[in-house]
Design a protein around this ligand. Sequence first.
Ligand code: HEC
Ligand code: HEC
Ligand code: HEC
Ligand code: HEC
Ligand code: HEC
Length: 498
Amino acid sequence: MSEEKTDEIKPTKSISATRRLALAVAATALATAGLVGLLINVFEKKTEARNPFFRVVELNERTDDPAVWGRNFPLQYDGYRRTVDMQRTRWGGSEAMPHTPTARDSRTTVAQNRLQEDPNLVTMWNGYAFAVDFREERGHAFMLVDQETTQRQVVVRQPGSCLHCHASMWTAYNRLGNGDIFRGFEAVNHMPYAEARTHVQHPVSCIDCHDPATMALRVTRPAFIEGIRSFYASRGRPNFDPNRDATHQEMRSYVCGQCHVEYYFRGPDKRLTFPWSNGMRADDILAYYERDGHRDWTHRESGARVLKAQHPEFEMYNQGIHARAGVSCADCHMPYRREGALKISDHHIRSPLLNIANACQTCHRVSETELRDRAEAIQNRTHEMRDRAMGVLVELIHGIGAARTGGATDEQLAGARLEQMRAQFLLDFVEAENSSGFHAPGEAGRVLFLSIDHAHQGLRSLGARPSLVPLQTSAADAATSYSAADGGSAAMDASARD
Ligand code: HEC
Ligand code: HEC
Ligand code: HEC
Ligand code: HEC
Ligand code: HEC
């Protein structure tokens, strides 16, 4: 551009003029070079800050090893590797419990045992593999080994479909489907777990969320693509394709919704299915199963055909105030983190309560302690309601069991068993949701309320009178009540402002 300008200067014949001109040209050229250099520098800084992209290695659709991606993106890779950290919060995080390795299970640590923490879970899941082994979830680094080694693999022959959410699947689906991930998905679903396991090597990896050419976010899981399409179709928006139709902010939640969702294996093919064609709320999904007829197992004590709910974080989050305000999973679980001049997404995915400064204080300008207290107040309330709902459910299960032993017929028990199935699924939906109510407090309360109502109807149909649980002030009760004395009411005022 400035070179064109120097061309415009008319040459003169005088030597001194030529000299002057030469000097001027040199000066302009120098200045220009300086300016262009500066511009390039600023431009690089800007793109760097947005997307630090030092291509050390070429990435392609077959690169599933995160260590290779890590050579281009060391900061993100470093965060990703930190998902081995284990730290507990009041209701979340996880605790490293020592584990003696065996021939089958080489782990030296496992997360805490949830069945020991609450034996009512064993009553609820009686006859199902979950009653044998169920632990707190921990970081992404463990997803493959924890799935492989759970005792649930010993008591049941699990299908290849399990891997959809526990391994880097993109390259395997492509390879087995000759470039068609849906065909690859079907092939893996059909396989026994042990066979499917030989086709994968890593836990969820960079390639499962990113396009290797552009680093853009993408959804790679067939079950999510089918599930979200069925959800939008039921809302009058046919043929929704998340990779084409979702906003950037939606993608920041969809990549997580590929796995943190309720699911079941449909039909003899064991096709992994997200049951959303009737809506995403717990009762919408329950209605879907009632229509579809799918049940997970027969309860050993009561003989009821029942369902297990699993980790519906995406569904619950969608009913909450943060989703409504456009806050994504990544905003709280992968918040921006400064690294010198760079702003990067924290790939150390974990409980945001271990990272309140980055995860919450960007939006809520109150102290860390106050934010933790607010979150825990919601969680304590949810647990109080959950314990009540569990109490009535267990009473119903034992009631049906006793009636059965006493000679009641299947016909006489049908009504109570149906109500057990409903009460149990709704309670389990909140129980299995890993935020303890935080993602959608009002919704969690509503679902538990429905659960208690169904359990009461079940007891009534048995001819039993629901027992009145005496009111007592538990530690949880005390923790959920605000009082002006502990600064609670001031805190509530502050929350109305931020
Ligand atoms: C507004 C912030 C926020 C958003 C948005 C959010 N979460 Fe959370 N999430 C939390 C908090 C707070 C907890 C509770 C952590 C605890 O108890 O230690 C939590 C807990 C979890 C847990 C359990 C973590 C643990 O350590 O036990 C998972 C899994 C999870 N969220 C996944 C998701 C997914 C998936 C989405 C999006 C669909 C999402 N979250 C959206 C704040 C958020
Ligand atoms: C739709 C995705 C999805 C599928 C399919 C899936 N999981 Fe998971 N699994 C998750 C998520 C998300 C977590 C972490 C949240 C939690 O534990 O609630 C998890 C946690 C686990 C854990 C650790 C916590 C625990 O329960 O002890 C084990 C073990 C596990 N899954 C085994 C399996 C097995 C076996 C299968 C097949 C029957 C399976 N998973 C299928 C998504 C899935
Ligand atoms: C491929 C499936 C998959 C995807 C995609 C996925 N997760 Fe997970 N996530 C899991 C599984 C499985 C576990 C449990 C691993 C275990 O316990 O061994 C887990 C665990 C977690 C935990 C618990 C961590 C801890 O230290 O306790 C959080 C929080 C979480 N995921 C959030 C997210 C968020 C946010 C996203 C999206 C940015 C996401 N996950 C994407 C499958 C997935
Ligand atoms: C569970 C999904 C998930 C996985 C797995 C994942 N990322 Fe990301 N990554 C994200 C999200 C969400 C963002 C934010 C993107 C946005 O808002 O545009 C992001 C952003 C990035 C960016 C853009 C710069 C930044 O920090 O915001 C880079 C580079 C990146 N990731 C590299 C990696 C690498 C390398 C790996 C593997 C070691 C990886 N990611 C694994 C979800 C994931
Ligand atoms: C990107 C912005 C953003 C982030 C990050 C965020 N919040 Fe929020 N939060 C909001 C908005 C918006 C609301 C809705 C109320 C409002 O508009 O003021 C809200 C509401 C809340 C509420 C009231 C919930 C209810 O159901 O009434 C609590 C509690 C809360 N946030 C805690 C947290 C915590 C804890 C974190 C970190 C784990 C967090 N928030 C992260 C924006 C955010």
